[in-house]
Design a protein around this ligand. Structure first.
Ligand code: GLN
Length: 536
């Protein structure tokens, strides 16, 4: 097993995760199997309880792990499926060390950060890496070098370096090279952060310099000299117009030549899917566009719906159309109902997942508009539940139809199932990760997936209430994906494209393999737009 450790200096938010994922992708393109581990030095056990305001999207893995959104980038860049153990947090590490201590596993010794916490970290890294069956494991250490929280992790990888032997591990340090008012590239912050690494006993093998513009030769030589690496080990990672272009950009800077020499790797096979995908991406950018309105909460926060954004991009790459998105705050639709009519300008409407009652009426109004005006609609998780509520209110005439998540209504069309009702611990009732669904033959879901059995990822607590299914279906909304008494997909056959899923298809979407529901949405939007054009 070869390990590549990626650390970050100067400040957070440099795109270290994308850089690390890109390094992995480059080696995958050379024929290697890659896996990735994200270390988050916070005390939380996982990202499940974190607010989108603080932390962006919670990414959901196949085993139900609720993790940092960087794991989503790894899955998309490397086309792998990771597990919860690929996200190591301080909380998880301490929890297992304390559990062992209580069991008496440490035989009366004083339990300390070194060696007990560091051993636990090393053991976790090695176990996950080996279990993945990959050739190379990329380890991203979250946070910035110098943070108190990341110290035990850096100490653990330092020890690993000594234990693994030469040619088994490489250290990549991602830093910032800012411009001064004259436009000169300043290397001092990089020098300082490398010095900080050295104080911890770590010596970077390569420096990846983030900068708004390509790194100039003199900045490169200065970094090389002060940081004690050859010039060819200093790579420019200037801003790219799309994250999927980062691998080829750093590769052009000579990343893999040097890195592979360090790790004693030679080119094993050439894979070209990624570069073909990037070419298609560039083509789709200059092609015709369709417009999608995404009606949700937190729409001003870029990172909240990152997987949805990426899945739409994947669909657009595949369809050869640009899918432009407008993010609409659902509460605005409540405060200014006249804005609803403006939804008529879009070729599609999407309501993403969500929790809590704030803004739901705005989303319901948008769904009604899509249904009544036959605009393509895709609902994801909460977007499916609200589609059921809207249908029950408007079509079935049950005016107080609602979800028991936020209402004590007599008509909970969205509810906990009887088997969930008596569970006291709310956290335990969340349905997380992979579940199967059976698809009705001949349905839109069937032609979308081209199979009658699918597996998708979930993150929800409430379900369509089975008591209302007969009445809903009798009125034209069909449940065409099911897992026993749990409804997984709904559609309205009389509408050109009105589909919603209880699961989150966005988590399994890949740049080279878009999630089927997103692809179908894009196709439906293209058709809708072309039909409308003809009318005019
Ligand atoms: N709040 C809803 C539930 O818990 C939907 C969750 C979601 O959209 N992820 O069932």
């Amino acid at each position: 097993m070869k390990y590549i450790v990626v650390t970050g200096g100067v400040m957070s938010g440099l795109g270290k995760g994308i850089t690390a994922a890109s390094v992995g992708r480059i080696l995958k393109n050379k024929g290697y199997e890659i896996t990735a581990i994200k270390i988050d030095p916070y005390i939380n056990i996982d990202a499940g309880t974190m607010s989108p305001y603080q932390h962006g999207e919670v990414f959901v893995l196949k085993d139900g792990g609720e993790v940092d959104l960087d794991l989503g980038n790894y899955e998309r860049f490397l086309d792998v499926e990771l597990t919860r153990d690929h996200n190591i947090t301080t909380g998880k590490v301490y929890q297992s060390v304390i559990d062992r201590e209580r069991r008496g596993d440490y035989l009366g010794k004083t339990v300390q950060i070194i060696p007990h916490i560091t051993n636990e970290i090393k053991e976790r890294i090695q176990t996950v890496a080996v279990a993945s069956g990959a050739d190379v494991c990329v380890i991203e250490v979250g946070g910035t070098v110098g943070d108190i929280e990341s110290m035990p992790f850096l100490e653990a990888v330092r020890q690993m370096h000594a234990e693994e032997g030469r040619g088994q591990m490489a250290f990549l340090h991602v830093t910032l090279v800012p411009l001064d008012s004259q436009g000169d590239q300043k290397t001092k912050p990089t020098q300082h952060s490398v010095r900080e690494l050295r104080e911890l006993g770590l010596h970077p093998d390569m420096i990846i310099a983030r900068s708004p513009v390509p790194l100039k030769e003199d900045a490169k030589s200065k970094i090389a000299m002060f940081c004690d690496v050859p010039t060819e080990a200093v790579i420019s990672a200037h801003d790219a117009s799309d994250i999927y272009m980062v691998p080829s950009q750093v590769e052009r800077g000579g990343l893999s030549d040097y890195l592979m020499r360090k790790l004693n790797l030679s080119v094993f096979a050439i894979r070209t899917e990624w570069s073909e995908m990037v070419e298609q991406l560039l083509r789709s950018r200059i092609s015709e566009k369709v417009n999608l309105a995404i009606v949700g909460k937190y729409t001003h926060l870029q990172d909240t719906y990152i997987s949805i954004r990426e899945a739409l991009k994947h669909a657009s790459i595949e369809c050869g159309y640009r899918v432009e998105t407008a993010w609409i705050e659902s509460e605005k639709l409540e405060q200014q109902p006249e804005l609803i009519e403006e939804l008529g300008r879009y070729d599609g409407i999407l309501v993403p997942g969500g929790f809590g009652s704030r803004g739901t009426n705005g989303k319901i109004a948008a769904i009604r508009y899509a249904r009544e005006h036959k605009i393509p609609y895709l609902g994801l998780c909460f977007g499916m539940q609200l589609a059921v509520i809207e249908f029950a209110r408007t079509v079935l005439g049950i005016s107080d139809a609602d979800s028991s998540e936020f209402s004590n209504t007599k008509h909970p069309v969205i509810d906990l199932l009887p088997e969930q009702q008596d569970v006291e611990n709310m956290g335990a009732t969340m349905r997380l990760g992979n579940y199967e669904a059976e698809i009705t033959e001949g349905s839109l879901a069937h032609s979308t997936y081209n199979t009658t059995r699918i597996i998708e990822r979930h993150r929800h607590r409430y379900e369509v209430n089975p008591k209302y299914i007969e009445e809903i279906e009798a009125n034209g909304m069909m449940f065409t994906g099911r897992n026993k008494n749990r409804m997984e997909i709904l559609e309205i056959p009389a509408h050109p494209f009105f589909v919603a899923s209880q699961f989150h298809p966005e988590f399994k979407s890949r740049p080279e393999k878009p999630a089927p529901l997103f692809k179908s949405l894009a196709e439906a939007m293209i058709q809708y737009k072309n039909r409308n054009k003809k009318k005019i």
